[in-house]
Design a protein around this ligand. Structure first.
Ligand code: SAM
Length: 369
């Protein structure tokens, strides 16, 4: 393995940052040119506050003050099975709000933005198999130390792999090129309750669009809000740390994703977030928060389907017996022909998940759609 950040040609990062900050460029990950985010002391303070919150303030999931960084969903199928194998220390420092790993990921190259102690990377490492690859990126040393501590032993003894198929890299999610993540080198980017913490979300989206291969997917669980939040909330140390202060207004997120070049995001799950702490609740006023999981696909404009398709799930992924859930509204059952509208049709026909479906491509010219 080369020196820090030398990944030998631009695949998913091959290096493990050593904690000296060499892999992500100097903090903070701010963009002076961004139209909506400027480099200012508030932003720098937010980044340092988040590092402190996840590196020192929180000792475990039990120390959280709100339910934002916890998941109400239940994991299913192989994700639930894989979770049982994850080391206790990794699980104890899990601060995510969902399960952003889609079915059928065997063999994929996965990048986890803000991996923390690594829970989702450990699950993904089991699901991609020994030929797949998982890279976790995070800016907080203490979290990375936990993620790294168990990786070799887990892959060798628990998964029975001859090589460790996951790595953890120190860096900023706004600067993936700075940690050696090459253009179009990742099949699936996942993230669990992290994008809200970024002070430059446009840049995160631009970076992951660059890193994803054509037909790739960004699946993420995050906290969303029903309104733009005022500055005092967006810079409040605890509210930001608890993933509420930086929550995206959902319409603004949808616009940002499509402006970056992604297909219109597809929602998979949604659960309301309760804030019981009276002091924090007062600061938040009437704002309502939800934990939402979205699938965001990278499909070139000229490959998008406008008019829908008749598709059939072929049952070819490992735990798809009860059907393939493409979105909150669409679950495709094995062998059953179903007509899906343009956005879902595009995801099913033009991305990495197309191998799970048969499509009646000539149907529309005959007027049946
Ligand atoms: C709420 S925790 C979630 C961690 C992990 N995804 C999980 O599910 O347990 C947020 C994590 O994102 C990391 N983080 C926040 N902003 C980041 C940034 N701009 N670049 C890299 N990591 C970041 C924090 O260090 C922290 O570990």
């Amino acid at each position: 393995m080369g020196g820090c950040c030398d990944n030998g040609g631009g695949g998913v990062a091959k290096s493990e940052g050593s904690g000296g900050g060499c892999c992500g460029g100097p903090p903070p990950p701010l963009d002076k040119k961004s139209s909506t985010t400027t480099t200012n002391l508030d932003d720098e303070a937010v980044v340092l506050g988040v590092k402190e919150y996840y590196g020192q303030t929180l000792q475990s999931s039990a120390s959280l003050k709100t339910s934002a960084c916890t998941s109400c969903d239940r994991p299913t199928g192989r994700v639930a099975e894989a979770l049982k194998l994850v080391p206790h220390e990794v699980l104890s420092k899990f601060y995510g709000c969902g399960y952003p790993i889609p079915p059928g990921v065997n063999g994929l190259r996965i990048l986890d933005l803000g991996c923390g102690s690594g829970r989702d990377c450990y699950v993904a490492a089991a699901l991609v198999g020994e030929v797949g690859e998982v890279v976790g990126v995070d800016m907080t040393d203490e979290q990375l130390a936990v993620a790294r501590a168990h990786a070799d032993e887990y892959c060798a003894s628990v998964l029975g792999y001859a090589r460790t198929n996951m790595r953890f890299v120190e860096g900023y999610i706004e600067n993936l090129s700075g940690i050696g993540i090459g253009e179009q080198t990742v099949d699936l980017v996942i993230s669990n309750c992290v994008v809200n913490l970024s002070v430059n979300k446009e840049r995160v989206f631009a970076e992951l669009f660059r890193a994803l291969a054509p037909g790739g997917e960004f699946q993420f669980s995050d906290v969303f809000c029903d309104r733009e939040l005022p500055q005092e909330v967006r810079t409040h140390k605890i509210l930001v740390g608890e993933c509420l202060g930086g929550a995206m207004e959902e319409e603004a997120f949808l616009a940002m994703a499509t402006e970056t070049g992604f297909l219109e995001p597809i929602m998979v799950t949604r659960s309301p977030i309760e804030v019981h702490d009276a002091e924090l609740r007062d600061l938040l006023g009437d704002a309502k928060f939800s934990s939402v999981t979205y699938r965001v696909f990278k499909v070139a404009e000229d490959r998008r389907i406008k008019d829908g398709r008749v598709v059939t799930y072929n049952g070819k992924f490992e735990d798809g017996k009860s059907g393939y859930r493409v979105s909150a509204d669409v679950t495709l059952l094995e062998g059953q022909k179903t007509r899906v509208e343009g956005k879902v049709a595009t995801a099913v026909c033009e991305t990495w998940i197309s191998k799970f479906f048969d499509v009646e491509r000539s149907c529309c010219s005959g007027g049946c759609c």
